[in-house]
Design a protein around this ligand. Structure first.
Ligand SMILES: Cc1cc2nc3c(=O)[nH]c(=O)nc-3n(C[C@H](O)[C@H](O)[C@H](O)COP(=O)(O)OP(=O)(O)OC[C@H]3O[C@@H](n4cnc5c(N)ncnc54)[C@H](O)[C@@H]3O)c2cc1C
Length: 475
């Protein structure tokens, strides 16, 4: 049986390790004291709250199948039904149904929401019949959409949604890499809104289910369950420092790691790097300098998540009523880029801890000053002030917790696809070395799971993560 070392116990590395459970002897190592990476659940006023990712897209099958396979099928839960809400133009305004990543399919439904000015609406209608040109080169999302829907619609509808996913800038993110489905939709040359409406009509007959799921008890349960059922040896507090090639015996690659007890060398036939791109670049530099250079160019956005726990019988619950959260357009210059009302969005919070109402705000986006230079107290106070400005008085929190995600979200800027092709091509010539994770094929948890499963299949041929069923294609 082949031996594989997976570096990084975030969900990507854990999914890879799990997929290899029958086909390889696997060791997973992570510099942090726990598994899960950006998936972390922690206590706030006695509530186990998600402090990093709090949901995963289940439009593709991998994420839900993995959860089921590790015994958490029954723990998957749907969010409460609520429209996407944007905090802008001095109000909390619902996004009308039928939009795709903020791109409206029915401009006429926007007027009553107040999301756009008269001028913004007029501009949006003007673009209604325009044919989207298939981009011949990689272009920014904003640069591509602005001629079709107008600057204001990009800024107030699309940018906040992109900010919620990437913490990114619509005028730097690549259309092809950040919104790959859009090129598919517009390839026909059909006017964009007509294509979106057709897509909506095609879906009308199918039962509406939420496109995301959470995990009752917190997303970290998923990471821990995947680690456990992978059967892999998991070494936390073990940071990979270097990789070297072994000419003979004991496997093809040696990972040099540091632990509290001193250095450790791990030999294996293959290594999967499931770490952030800058860490991958350092490890790959001696072996794949072109890939390392491409990975080193990937920028990241840092953010802080401020989790506030309020008494459930105070004003906070009333203040959020009917909403799961809100997103904030970057043009509005707020510190908060989005808020999630955990106790309203996920029914299990209120069921498990009915006395406490948990709300969280995310601060920080690409291009803006990093929130991480401010102390916790300042961040928590700023979040509370802006939440109060949006929602009205919330009362005094029982507890506040600040979680820092330094360089937490990779930015798929223009050129990202070409850079990642280069990484793939160079690594293809280095048998036993592979990569997976948020840098490569989507930053969301579900994409990371698919990326980990795909890396496992490439690393040990014959690996079939969901034996007896079909697996996702790489996406
Ligand atoms: C605040 C926040 C909220 C988010 N919310 C959502 C959400 O609701 N839904 C969603 O789908 N996505 C969300 N995301 C995105 C998603 O959580 C991440 O993209 C995904 O979890 C990344 O998984 P990963 O395994 O690729 O990387 P990571 O989770 O970053 O894991 C990489 C691991 O590698 C380890 N590591 C790094 N260097 C080394 C080294 N040299 N040696 C050993 N170990 C090393 C790290 O300690 C880390 O544990 C969110 C992200 C953030 C930051």
């Amino acid at each position: 049986m082949r031996s594989v070392t997976v570096i990084g116990a975030g969900i990507s590395g854990l999914a890879a390790a799990w997929a290899l459970r029958d086909t390889a002897r696997v060791t997973v190592l992570d510099g942090a004291p726990r598994v899960g990476g950006k998936i972390r659940t922690g206590r706030v006023a006695g509530v186990e709250a998600d402090l990093g990712a709090e949901s995963m897209v289940t439009l593709g099958p991998d994420a839900a199948r993995l959860a089921e396979a590790v015994g958490l099928g029954d723990a998957l839960c749907e969010p409460a039904e609520a429209p996407v809400t944007i905090w802008t133009r001095d109000g909390l305004r619902p996004m009308p149904p039928g939009h795709l990543m903020g791109i409206p399919s029915r401009p006429e439904l926007l007027a009553p929401t107040g999301l756009l000015s008269e001028e913004g609406l007029r501009r949006l209608h003007l673009g209604e019949d325009l044919e989207p040109l298939p981009p011949t080169t990689d272009v920014t999302v904003g640069g591509y959409l602005e001629p079709l829907i107008g600057r204001e619609a990009v800024d107030r509808l699309v940018a906040p949604v992109l900010g919620g996913i990437y913490g990114g800038d619509a005028y730097r993110l690549s259309l092809a890499s950040a919104l790959p489905f859009l090129s598919g939709i517009t390839a026909s040359g059909e006017p964009l809104m007509t294509a979106l409406r057709r897509r909506e009509t095609a879906r009308a007959g199918t039962p509406r289910t939420a496109p995301v799921r959470g995990v009752r008890g917190g997303m970290e349960r998923l990471a821990r369950a995947v680690a456990k059922s992978s059967g892999a040896t998991v070494l936390t507090g073990t940071s990979a420092r270097a990789l070297s090639r072994r000419a003979e015996g004991g496997g093809a690659w040696r990972v040099h790691a540091d632990t509290d007890d001193g250095p450790l060398a791990l030999d294996g036939d293959a290594v999967i790097l499931a770490v952030r791109s800058d860490a991958a670049a350092r490890l790959l530099a001696p072996h794949a300098p072109g890939a390392a250079a491409a990975l080193a160019q990937v920028e990241h956005a840092s953010s802080a998540v401020v989790t506030l726990a309020f008494p459930a019988d105070g004003p906070a619950r009333e203040a959020v009523a009917g909403r799961n959260g809100f997103l904030v357009p970057p043009v509005d210059g707020r510190l908060v880029k989005g808020a999630t009302f955990l106790s309203a969005k996920w029914p299990w919070y209120a069921q498990d801890t009915p006395d406490v109402f948990v709300v969280r705000a995310s601060l920080g986006r690409a291009g803006a000053a990093s929130p991480l230079t401010s102390p916790d107290g300042t961040l928590a106070a700023a979040a509370l002030t802006e939440l109060t400005a949006a929602l009205g008085p919330l009362g005094e929190p029982l507890a506040r917790r600040v979680t820092r995600w330094e360089r937490g979200l990779p930015q798929y800027h223009v050129g990202h696809g070409a850079r990642m092709d280069l990484v793939r091509d160079e690594l293809a010539a280095l048998p036993g070395l592979d990569v997976c994770g948020a840098t490569y094929q989507g930053v969301g948890v579900a994409s990371c799971i698919s990326s980990g499963l795909a890396a496992a299949r490439r690393t040990v041929p014959g690996t079939e993560p969901f034996a007896g069923g079909e697996a996702d294609d790489e996406r």
